[in-house]
Write a protein that binds this ligand. Structure first.
Ligand SMILES: NC(=O)c1ccc[n+]([C@@H]2O[C@H](COP(=O)([O-])OP(=O)(O)OC[C@H]3O[C@@H](n4cnc5c(N)ncnc54)[C@H](O)[C@@H]3O)[C@@H](O)[C@H]2O)c1
Length: 459
């Protein structure tokens, strides 16, 4: 099929490349000329494992194109996927300005296109406009209305929320647990969407075709559930700290119950990224708009935001007050909101780095891939080091913020000798407290008793 992806970010670029990889003719459109120029020069604007090679291969094969020419991209497409950002606005609503701007352009392009009754048999079928961005229920109807402002020609709508995870995005898209498609006509549009996705579910996983409002809600429900699990275990971890329990043991005892399971229940600094924070807030905002209270999801968000501040308090209290941070240097391992990505949107590391530098401390950071994206937010208020051990020299403590695999088994002798004091604040519980004891560290983690330090009450 001829497909246009609108928005060449984490979702549009990965999904467009994967569609091309199965033989579709895909155009990735973006309003950012720098991104498109990079892609046309063979450079991916984002880090995602395996993506560079896949882009290059499909681009070279002539199936994957990059452009800023919206009119041509829309007119040539049979299926248009809107994958632009839907960030939170100042009230926590999903801001639809990018989605609706794209919809307006789609309407104008459809109006100016020769189809749908042109000579090409493909053109006899109306274009399908698919909203892949995560959007509040009712957005597809708004997109349809916006397009219809500009054209009377027929077009079809579909909702197709995306579930990929940054860091594992290609595998998630190529082998999805499920595909969700919302349509008005199950046979026509539903059938064409089914045809497009059928090669991705040869693993036997389902394609759920449903009504549009339900499809829109699925994505929010899924992300709100995952965010809830993280805030839940963090709240339990905080109770563990207050009462001297060990959250690792509690986790083992609790998750062996098959009704609970052990997925996505790891305590730490809380969630970040471009999805959970904004999608949880968008649910709360939908609740307000519809006069449907959502106190649980509001608490999930609040617990998450507090969690990184609790951790900062641990650092402050260990050093006897915020005033004592001034002039100290801290090593920071990990900036991205999770391993496998350069995405630092809502990353706990950036909150901590900012609080430390605001208090007058210096931060020497290492992340395998997220220096550039962090620099775009924090500039040179912190220093960036290609070698993780170079962050440590003379630092008052090491702070671990992201669970990158290469942080899991460092050379602890080097860590201990290069730090001014052998102190580790571990926001991802990467190390066993017993090992930290053996290695002679003062060690503070999440939901576990401190090693060689006074317990600091959470919250
Ligand atoms: N990042 C994820 O892991 C993920 C996963 C699932 C769903 N989502 C959802 O997918 C959507 C996109 O997220 P993302 O992380 O890919 O965003 P992103 O910010 O990485 O990319 C969005 C892109 O859209 C471009 N854009 C904006 N307006 C445009 C227009 N009119 N025409 C063409 N391009 C335009 C921007 O320049 C940018 O490159 C969001 O709604 C997000 O919630 C994201």
């Amino acid at each position: 099929m001829r497909i246009t992806m609108v928005g060449t970010g984490y979702v549009g670029l990965v999904t467009g490349t994967c569609f091309a990889n199965l033989g579709n003719d895909v155009t990735c459109l973006d309003i950012d000329p720098k991104k498109i120029e990079k892609l046309n020069n063979g450079i991916s604007p984002i880090y995602e494992p395996g993506l560079d090679e896949m882009i290059e291969r499909n681009h070279d094969a002539g199936r994957l194109h990059f452009t800023t020419d919206a009119e041509a991209a829309y007119q040539s497409a049979e299926v248009i996927f809107i994958c632009v950002g839907t960030p939170s606005d100042e009230n926590g609503h999903a801001d639809l300005k990018y989605v609706l701007a794209a919809a307006g352009d789609v309407g104008k392009a459809i109006e100016g296109a020769p189809g749908p009754t042109g000579g090409d048999p493909e053109d006899r079928r109306a274009k399908i406009v698919v909203v892949k961005s995560t959007v509040p229920v009712g957005t597809n109807a708004k997109v349809r209305a916006e397009i219809s402002q500009h054209t009377n020609k027929p077009f079809k709508m579909a909702s197709n929320p995306e579930f990929l995870k940054e860091g594992a995005a290609i595998n998630d898209f190529m082998k999805p647990d499920r595909v969700v498609v919302g349509v008005d006509d199950i046979e026509g549009t539903g059938g064409r969407m089914h045809q497009l996705y059928e090669p991705f579910v040869r693993n036997g996983h389902p394609i759920f075709v449903m009504d549009i409002p339900s499809a829109e809600m699925v994505k929010y429900a899924a992300n709100a559930m995952l965010a809830t699990k993280i805030s839940f275990i963090n709240e339990i971890a905080n109770l563990c700290e207050a009462y001297g329990s060990n959250v690792d043991e509690v986790w083992r005892g609790m998750t062996s119950d098959a009704r609970i399971g052990n997925k996505f229940l790891y305590p730490g600094l809380g969630y970040g990224g471009s999805c959970f924070p904004k999608d949880t807030l968008a649910c709360v905002s939908m609740g307000k708009e519809s006069d449907t209270p959502t106190p649980l999801l509001k608490a999930v968000h609040d617990v998450n935001q507090q969690q990184r501040l609790n951790f900062y308090d641990k650092i402050v209290q260990h050093f006897g007050g915020e005033q004592n941070l001034a002039g100290k240097k801290f090593a920071m391992w990990g900036l991205a909101f999770k391993p496998g990505t350069d995405d630092v949107r809502e990353a706990p590391a950036l909150t901590l780095a900012k609080k430390l530098t605001d208090a007058g401390a210096a931060v020497a950071a290492h992340d395998p891939v997220a220096h550039q994206t962090t620099r775009e937010v924090l500039g040179d208020t912190i220093s960036y080091h290609d070698d993780l051990y170079d962050t440590l020299d003379g630092a008052a403590a090491l702070i671990v913020c992201t669970d990158w695999p290469e942080f899991k088994q460092p050379n602890f002798v080097d860590v201990r000798t290069r730090l001014a004091d052998p102190v580790i604040f571990d926001g991802r519980n990467l190390y066993k407290p017993s090992l930290m004891q053996e290695e002679g560290f003062t060690y503070l983690s999440v939901g576990r008793n401190p090693v060689n330090a006074e317990a600091v009450k959470a919250g």
